[in-house]
Ligand binder design. Sequence first.
Ligand code: PXL
Length: 273
Amino acid sequence: MSATPPVALTIAGSDSGGGAGLQADLRTFTVCGVHGCVAVTAVTVQNSVGVSGFVEIPPSVVADQIRAVATDIGVGAAKTGMLASAPIISAVAAACDEVRIGHDGDAPFVVDPVAASMHGDQLLADEALDALRGELFPRATLVTPNLDEVRLLVGIDVRSREQQYEAARALHALGPAWVLVKGGHLRAEPECLDLLYDGSEFTELTSKRVDTPHTHGGGDSLASAITSQLAQGAPVADAVRFGKRYIEQAVEHAYPLGAGTGPVSPFWRVRAP
Ligand code: PXL
């Protein structure tokens, strides 16, 4: 018998192609040394070319999964991915309060505000943005929007480093303890700059831009790698630095899959690909 590893919970949708969503979260948790639990929010019908549809899990069943995991297994840290709808977001917020997941609770909570797939398929209803801002952001230890999500959430179309700072301030005003504004989509910059902000200090985290079309699940994997470290008790800034190093390697080792976009790879952590 071995010792029980730290536990992380992902509250996310299933990707049948295995590239993103809870599949990316679970394998990232595994290679980062934590046991992964899941509250499934939606089941997408998906391959490397795109999402052709999804069904939502009833909000009460999403909440019950969170309760079932937290009251027996315990949650060291949690993250969200695809949440699909406002009723699911409200159910997640209430359940997380109950089991003390959140920045005022016992378990750190990473909110990755997934709105669309990289192919542009919508994964969050338009009317759910209010719930995300009003109900989940105030409970988050860390929010990790990309620039498309920044535009949807705070209406800032980031095209410069100054606007990235302005966006971090606007997002922090919504209540999370920390904000990571991911600048990977800012193509004018030679490097990827992610900006971390805790309401008083900004930290610029750069990584080299890797020229690959295969970045499916990259955002999910970054948030999961960060969550894996929070589950082990790491401070937020250290967890984010770990996540950046993880995703840099995962993008570098991304592989083709199907006719479309391949996933970032966890395999570099366990063997040479
Ligand atoms: O990468 C964002 C994401 C999250 N969750 C699910 C997805 C995607 C992108 O396709 O399908 C289920």
